[in-house]
Design a protein. Structure first.
Length: 352
């Protein structure tokens, strides 16, 4: 009889429930799904889940709880498990989806998803999850709040323009719209003050943000949003993984001579990251000759401006990661001043 090597609880997290699967793997890599169940996504449900796991799992074999980073719905449970000193791994959704495609799963349900997550936890060497620094949590809330009110402001400005250009105007309507715009601008100023206050209280993070701001086109809000949405790159291990997390990874389907789709970015990722990189890409191609050259070359290749801009957006995002890991500010002359031996490394740093 083969002894159990590891145990994992895969959790498919939804707003109101947790669909779980307890599984184990033996020394011959045989995977066995032990039990499945569903619990409420509430503190009382968490306690029942732990009791259920304790009842069904082997006593002397370690257990790892594995779940996807699904918006905010997984966070309370992750914090609860951390308080109970349980081993927890939170995996980026794209890694799970890529793994699922390797399995023979014909029907995708919450149950089969939890089984796939459990299997992923058994077959992969995962890092243990640590609570994110509270400053990143607060910055993410603030940047997302700002993003929403800027959308509201744009809508109101359009309404105001339409009302002012109408043949028959309503002065009271114009007054109310103007007041709402002023309120939003006041709230945006307050949010910026809150962001600056948080950074002033965290000198190390402020230094990282300032290094990112040395990149052409990258301003305070862009840098803060990138760090907030990635929790300071806590779950990111490579530039490719970062691009996939943001949804900048390229999808292409080609088979023989009959199936050939146009390559496109997946957009299966963090939309806040993609959105915050748009304006910087416009500025980068104007401020930096290398980005301008990339934009011109791609535009000449396929004639689509947005495709060329998306390529710059991805490069900018990866460059923020590279700059942060190197601990050095952006230097447009770095590649030119380096020796031929270091040209390749220089280009990676300057144009990642």
């Amino acid at each position: 009889m083969n002894s159990t090597l590891r145990q994992a609880v895969g959790i498919d997290v939804a707003q109101n429930e947790l669909v779980v699967c307890l599984s184990k793997i033996d020394k011959l890599n045989n995977v066995d799904m032990i039990a499945n169940s569903v619990f409420e996504n509430t503190p009382s449900g968490y306690k029942k889940l732990l009791a259920w796991t304790k009842k069904n799992a082997e006593k002397k074999v370690s257990i790892r709880y594995v779940m996807e980073a699904t918006g905010v719905y997984h966070e309370r449970f992750a914090y609860f498990l951390d308080e109970q000193n349980q081993d927890v791994s939170i995996v980026l959704p794209n890694k799970i989806s890529n793994f699922v495609r390797t399995l023979d799963i014909k029907t995708v349900t919450d149950k089969t998803s939890s089984q796939a997550i459990a299997r992923f936890g058994l077959e992969r060497k995962l890092d243990s999850w640590n609570r994110p620094d509270p400053v990143f949590v607060q910055l993410r809330k603030l940047t997302r709040e700002r993003e929403q009110i800027t959308v509201d402001r744009t809508s109101l400005i359009c309404q105001l323009h339409a009302e002012e250009k109408a043949a028959v105007k309503n002065a009271r309507t114009i007054e109310r719209i103007t007041m709402r715009i002023e309120l939003i601008e006041l709230q945006e100023s307050e949010i910026m003050e809150d962001i600056k206050k948080l950074l002033s209280e965290n000198k190390e993070l402020k230094a990282r943000i300032n290094r990112a701001k040395t990149i052409p086109g990258v301003g305070l809000i862009t840098a803060v949003t990138v760090f907030a949405e990635t929790y300071g790159f806590d779950l990111i291990r490579s530039k490719r993984q970062l691009a996939s997390y943001a949804g900048f990874d390229v999808r292409e389907k080609t088979s023989g001579t009959s199936v050939s789709s146009t390559p496109h970015i997946s957009k299966r990722g963090n939309r806040h990251l993609r959105k915050c990189m748009y304006m910087p890409s416009l500025q980068a191609k104007e401020k930096n000759s290398e980005f301008e050259a990339v934009y011109t070359r791609l535009l000449g290749k396929h004639g689509i401006k947005m495709k060329a801009l998306v390529a710059i957006q991805r490069r900018l995002l990866e460059l923020i990661y590279t700059i942060d890991k190197s601990g050095k500010p952006f230097d447009k002359n770095y590649a030119k001043s380096s020796s031929k031996k270091n040209v390749k490394a220089s280009k990676e740093l300057a144009y990642a």
